[in-house]
Design a binder for this molecule. Structure first.
Ligand code: CMP
Length: 138
């Protein structure tokens, strides 16, 4: 069990001005931000990040959306971080997300769902390494 996970605040949430509120909830939930950057992905970068979903019917839509606007990428630390963060953000589909979760509050649909959270320790490491060099984290 690793103590780090990776997140992105997605283009829908940054465009609606929810970045501050989402970061506030993440910090108040006890996560430490170990690295963070505010950026915008090209289609190629979004395609590479989500390559595991390449065969899924929603891949093209996902890549278009994730490269459509600004995102905030971050590495977060907390005990049992992957599971703890997935509890904080709620189900992928906001219609199924529990009351009080970040997706319940800020997400509009399964595609435009406000935040990403790694689904395993292995993917958390891969995703964190996609965005951050050793020099950019502490
Ligand atoms: P995320 O946690 O970033 O990982 C993969 C993303 O694919 C997921 O959040 C959703 O935003 C997106 N996704 C999953 N299922 C669908 C779907 N049926 N239609 C569109 N996007 C989807």
């Amino acid at each position: 069990m690793s103590n780090t996970t990776f997140t992105m605040i997605k283009p829908d949430a940054t465009a609606k001005g929810h970045t501050g509120a989402i970061l506030d909830q993440i910090i108040k939930a006890g996560f430490t931000i170990k690295a963070m950057k505010w950026t915008k992905l090209t289609k190629e970068q979004a395609g590479a990040f989500y390559e595991v979903h390449k065969e899924r019917p929603f891949y093209g839509e996902l890549v278009d959306f994730m490269s459509s606007g600004q995102i905030v990428a971050a590495i977060l630390e907390k005990e049992d971080a992957v599971a703890a963060f997935r509890t904080l953000i709620g189900a992928t589909n906001p219609a199924e997300a529990a009351e009080g979760t970040i997706r319940k509050q800020f997400a509009a649909s399964i595609g435009e769902n406000a935040v990403h959270g790694s689904d395993s320790d292995e993917n958390a490491a891969i995703e964190g390494n996609f965005f951050f060099s050793k020099l950019e984290r502490f």
